[in-house]
Structures are given as structure tokens and as C-alpha cells.
Write a protein that binds this ligand. Structure first.
Ligand SMILES: [Zn+2]
Length: 457
């Protein structure tokens, strides 16, 4: 029983990083990319090389250090962008150039100020140029869902003829409805010559909370790649959430009989690592990886859970890598338990680092009864950045580590396990994206007035 394989294209480091407060430096991007590799994503969109030197460097270093996944670099549909993306991808074992160009009349008229004919020509030329450099070329008609369907078919057909191997259909503004999006994919499959030779991809935004539903509708209609991001981060309301897409297919194979290569046990560590790096917490009730996702409070639910977890659990916490709450970290916990929990949170340490973390952990555990994951992540952060932890300060800021809430011990339930909510005391959530400050656009051939769409798709 061979189920169709869905390619998971992760854009946490590109579209995700464009969300306010989520910018990352090169080292942080590399660290997260390594985690995405462990998670098993097929494609990592590592950045937008022409956007800034930092983005270029990040793509370059990720391309040089990860050998398994495809590494994609984004480019607008012009020679300069494509060349810069290709340059950043030089060290990649499996490079992909991702070219995008808006196709909706609204974007053509007000943003690009070009005609449909010019748009068609520009898409064809850019894909052809990308193809002359790189065998793996993805093309995205930006704002596809608000594009005249006949014209969209024409552009996609031209991109395929010019050598695109993946065509991505972005719902850039999160406007589409699931049935509508599915129908659009079906129409493309019916009308576009050569489309059966390429992979169709989804890229859905969450402005109406439908990014995951739209992506799944796209898959049911024949798309075989899904673009998504950890914790659903991305422009505005975000992208389709990777963990939700993957688990929807895994929990409901009767409806979505598709396979992905994602290692479920790395979902939670990946989510935690992203929250820790960006200091942007995950909402408590976030599906799959929120700290309440496996918590049960109502008495009748608790009763059911104690009798049999199947009463209220459609997946186990372990299947998505949420640590078992029975392993409570307190002052009697040993080094081994601490190392294990760190590992579950996506951190592996050398002996000396672990010694330092353990030392601080014991001081902290002495003050508060139970050390939550959020406390531990903060402590790890302190050690990594060489800060004197508040756990070292006698009678220090009690507010930083509030006493942990009581946790009910269900057979497999975890409550308050996630808790990337420790950012209260951090100068986090600085609005605006630091990466955007250094945007440089050396190639202005037909982009002199197009800076505003540097952060597109
Ligand atoms: Zn996007």
C-alpha cells in the first residue's frame, strides 16, 4: 500500500523569519537548520540571498553544512536576484533556486506596474536563466489565488516550458477558502500543458485561519509539496503550521492517505528551539505543540484520562516529542535526567557545559520545587550567552521563575510542559525585523519601484 509521498518544504528561515520579532542571525539560522534536518524536512528555504548580506551568508553556510535536504534560495524574477541566489547556493549538495513573480492584476497594476504580457515574459526569462544555472527550479506566481485563472494557467505553462520543476501556488494574502483552493489546483492540473511532469506545491497564509485547511485541500487535489513553517510563523498571521500539516495526515490517514518523512518526535524540540531563539512564545492552546495541547483540566476529562488516555487523546504526546511529565525535574533529579530533558528540548551538551547547567539547575531547583521546561530553556540560554543567571543571585528576581503550577500526573499526559512563555523578562518581541534594516538592492533593472515586495510570496 504505497501512499503518495508529500514533500515538506520548510520556510521557517525565509517567510517565517519575515514575521515581526522573528529575525535570526546567521548562527541561529544554522542551528535551526540543523534541527530541521533532524526533523526530516525535505526542503529548507534558507533565505532570500539578495535581501541582505546576512541572508546571503545564512544561505551560504546552511548550504555548505547540510548534505541531505534540498536547500532553496529565493529570488525575484530578474537576473541579479537569480545570480545572487545561485551564488549563495554554491556549496549545496542539492540546490534549488526559487523564483517568484506576482501575477494578479492588483499586483501587476499597482506594485509592479507592468502588463500581463511583460509579466509572462519576465517569468519565462527568469526561469530560463535559473534553469541554465541549476537543474532544480521552483516558480511561484505570487498572489496566485487572486490571479485571473486563465492568465495563471498561461504563466505556469510558460514557467514549466522554461524549465521549472516545481510550481508553487501561493495564497499570498490568505484569502482563499479550502474548496476554492483545491479547485484551483485541479483546474491547473486539467488545463496546463506539461504540469504532470512537475511537482505542484501549496503555500498558504493564515489570515483567515485557513492555511492548514487550504494546504490539505491542495494536497487532496494533487499537490505533492507543502510549504509550511514551524509554529506557523510567517508574514502577518503566518504560514501553514508544519506540525499541524504533518499530524493531520498522521492522525487521519483515512482522510489523508499521504506520507511525509518527518520524524514526529522532533516536532516539539523544533518548536521549542524556534521559540527560544526568537523569544516569540507559542500560544498555550496552539495545536500539537502548545503547552496545553496535552493538558487536561476538567474533572470529567481527567477521570477519562486516568481510565484510558484514548478517551480524550487522539495522539500521544510522545508521538510529537512532548516529554513525559512523569519525569519531573526537581532538586533530586540527577545529571542524567537533566541531560535527557535538555536533549528532548533540542539541546545536546558537552560534559563541561552540562556541568555548568547542572550547577545552576541545582541552585534553581532548591528555590522552586519543580523546574519547568521554560525555566530550563532560560537557564540554557543564560549559560550559552555567558550571563549570570538570576538563579545564581541569592534572593534574586523571584518573578523570573514563578513557582510551578501543580501538574497532574496522568499516565501519559503532560500539562504545562511546553511553556516557551518565559519571555516576560526578556527584551523580546522587538517589533520590526532587524534583518530588514540592511536591505540592499544592487540590481535595479526593472525593480526600481519594487522594493516593497522584497519580502514576497
Ligand atoms: Zn508567504
Amino acid at each position: 500500500m504505497d501512499r503518495p509521498r508529500i514533500t515538506i518544504f520548510d520556510t521557517t528561515l525565509r517567510d517565517g523569519e519575515q514575521s515581526p520579532g522573528c529575525s535570526m542571525n546567521v548562527q541561529e539560522k544554522l542551528r535551526l537548520a540543523q534541527q530541521l534536518d533532524r526533523l526530516g524536512v525535505d526542503v529548507i528555504e534558507a533565505g532570500f540571498p539578495i535581501a541582505s548580506d546576512g541572508d546571503f551568508e545564512a544561505v551560504q553556510s546552511i548550504a555548505a553544512s547540510l548534505r541531505r535536504p534540498i536547500i532553496a534560495g529565493l529570488a525575484r524574477a530578474c537576473t541579479g536576484d537569480v545570480d545572487r541566489a545561485w551564488q549563495a547556493l554554491q556549496g549545496a549538495a542539492h540546490p534549488r533556486v526559487h523564483v517568484f513573480l506576482a501575477t494578479s492584476d492588483i499586483h501587476l497594476k499597482y506594485k509592479l506596474r507592468i502588463t500581463r504580457e511583460k509579466c509572462l515574459e519576465q517569468a519565462r526569462d527568469a526561469v530560463r536563466h535559473a534553469k541554465s544555472l541549476c537543474p532544480d527550479v521552483e516558480f511561484s506566481p505570487e498572489d496566485a489565488t487572486r490571479t485571473d485563472v486563465a492568465f495563471l494557467c498561461q504563466v505556469v505553462e510558460a514557467a514549466i516550458a522554461a524549465g521549472a520543476t516545481t510550481v508553487n501556488i501561493p495564497d499570498t494574502v490568505g484569502y482563499s477558502m479550502p474548496e476554492e483552493y483545491g479547485n484551483l489546483i485541479r483546474t491547473l492540473r486539467e488545463k496546463v500543458a506539461g504540469i504532470d511532469r512537475v511537482t505542484i506545491s501549496t503555500h498558504c497564509h493564515n489570515d483567515l485561519g485557513l492555511a492548514v485547511a487550504n494546504s490539505l485541500a491542495g494536497v487532496q487535489a494533487g499537490a505533492r509539496q507543502v510549504e509550511c513553517a514551524i509554529n506557523g510563523i510567517g508574514e502577518r498571521a503566518g504560514n501553514a503550521s508544519l506540525e499541524e500539516i504533518v499530524m493531520a495526515m498522521r492522525v487521519r490517514p483515512d482522510r489523508y492517505p499521504y506520507e511525509t518523512a518527518i520524524a514526529g518526535e522532533h516536532l516539539y524540540p523544533s518548536s521549542q528551539m524556534l521559540a527560544e531563539i526568537t523569544r516569540v512564545p507559542v500560544q498555550p492552546n496552539k495545536a500539537i505543540i502548545g503547552r496545553n495541547a496535552f493538558a487536561h483540566e476538567a474533572g470529567i476529562h481527567q477521570d477519562g484520562m486516568l481510565k484510558n488516555p484514548l478517551t480524550y487523546e487522539i495522539m500521544t504526546p510522545q508521538s510529537v516529542g512532548v516529554p513525559d511529565s512523569r519525569l519531573v525535574l526537581g532538586k533530586h533529579s540527577g545529571r542524567h535526567a537533566l541531560a535527557l530533558r535538555c536533549e528532548q528540548l533540542g539541546h545536546q551538551f558537552e560534559r563541561r557545559e552540562l556541568d555548568e547547567i547542572y550547577r545552576r539547575f541545582v541552585v534553581l531547583a532548591d528555590r522552586i520545587k519543580k523546574v519547568q521546561d521554560s525555566h530550563l530553556l532560560e537557564l540554557i540560554q543564560d549559560v550559552a550567552s555567558g550571563n549570570v543567571s538570576s538563579s545564581d543571585v541569592t534572593g534574586g528576581k523571584g518573578k523570573k521563575f514563578p513557582p510551578a503550577a501543580a501538574t497532574l500526573q496522568f499516565p501519559r499526559a503532560v500539562s504545562a510542559a511546553a511553556g516557551a512563555h518565559a519571555s516576560d523578562s526578556h527584551p523580546a518581541q522587538v517589533s520590526g525585523s532587524a534583518g530588514q534594516a540592511s536591505v540592499s538592492i544592487p540590481f535595479t533593472d526593472h525593480h526600481s519601484e519594487q522594493e516593497d515586495y522584497l519580502w514576497g510570496v
